[in-house]
Ligand binder design. Structure first.
Ligand code: ISE
Length: 335
């Protein structure tokens, strides 16, 4: 029987996951849409046959129609949804960030440990992108020599008005914070942020692009260009510098057309298309794992580590100094 999933938050990402689960994921269906905004809820319901609309997760849980939860609200609203979902003891796929602050993430870790089971998987979907996986294997395999540095570019065409400066770190660079650790298998020990020349096409309240240095324990340094007003489209690329080689992932793919003295192709407009295959694989593997009572991807502990690094990143954003990351000790539960 299909796993009955409540999708909480039917904004950009939630609405995309509803379509994904209905059209592409095997062994699962959307049974509930939890969304306070009526218009968004109705739009999502059109892609979720048989699903019921609720305004809170508690109502959906009380109705007995939920076996798993996919949380896609903005990050600051994750904790109030995670806690009742944990209390209900059901599997959770939580979009990144787990929570914006490490203090909130630690509360989530406590609540998860109290259930006795790893119920939370965090939506760091880049770990399911085939090129990131290939690069990780190349690094671990050693055939290119030692990895020395990573040059990362993370570019959004535009961002909504609700996007703030701290979200440059907590909502966007959080992806590199997780994936650099995943690629290098080494924790991030310090972060430094520099501001570039401000893009006057940015919303007035934003000061970007920024350049973020992620120092890993292994000595590998990652440089991230974080740019959210670059207008032309959405692009996430990485160049890996090895002792004996250079590897590049994230090049725009698709048809190249030569015509009228020009050549080119179509760039992604959003993460929804750029990472579509990664999201599909992430959700399918999560659904399959729930049936074994497991998770199959980054855990709440990974989410906490990213939040702790983000806290240092937010300090670095305002001071321009190199800031050390402080981590709590890992509970045996997460070994
Ligand atoms: C957004 O929330 C995402 O998660 C995207 O993957 C990221 O590229 C974007 O910068 C974030 O705002």
């Amino acid at each position: 029987p299909d796993l009955n999933i409540a999708v909480v938050g039917a904004g950009l990402m939630g609405a995309d996951h509803v379509i994904r689960i209905t059209e592409r994921i095997a062994g699962a269906r959307v049974s509930a849409i939890v969304e306070p905004d009526e218009g968004r809820a109705q739009a999502a319901l059109a892609h979720a046959p048989g699903a019921v609309h609720f305004t809170t997760l508690d109502d959906a849980l009380a109705a007995g129609v939920v076996e798993a939860v996919l949380i896609a609200t903005p990050g600051q609203f994750h904790e109030p949804v995670l806690l009742p979902a944990l209390a209900a003891g059901i599997p959770i796929l939580c979009e990144k960030p787990l929570t914006p602050t490490p203090e909130a993430s630690l509360r989530i870790l406590e609540a998860e440990q109290a259930t006795g089971k790893k119920l939370i998987q965090v939506g760091f979907m880049r770990r399911f992108d085939t090129e990131y996986m290939e690069l990780r294997e190349l690094i671990a395999g050693g055939t290119a020599g030692e990895l020395l540095a990573l040059n990362c570019a993370h570019r959004n065409g535009t961002v909504p008005d609700s996007y703030t400066n701290t979200m440059l770190i907590e909502d966007s660079v959080v992806h590199e914070i997780d994936v650099v650790r995943y690629l290098t298998d080494s924790p991030i020990v310090a972060i430094e942020v520099k501001h570039g020349k401000r893009n006057t096409l940015s919303p007035d309240h934003l000061n970007e692009p920024i350049f973020v240095l992620l120092y890993t324990e292994s000595g590998v340094l990652a440089n991230v260009e974080m740019n959210v007003s670059v207008q032309f489209g959405y692009q996430v690329k990485t160049e890996a510098v090895f002792q004996k080689a250079i590897a590049e992932i994230g090049r725009t793919t698709g048809m190249t057309l030569w015509q009228d003295g020009r050549y080119g192709g179509v760039e992604n407009a959003s993460f929804k298309t750029r990472f579509a295959a990664a999201y599909d694989s992430q959700i399918q593997r999560w659904v399959n794992a729930t049936k074994r009572g497991e998770i199959d991807g980054p855990s709440a502990w990974d989410g906490y580590l990213a939040s702790a690094a983000c806290a240092a990143g937010v300090t670095a954003l305002t001071t321009g100094e190199r800031v050390d990351v402080v981590y709590a000790e890992r509970p045996a539960f997460y070994n």
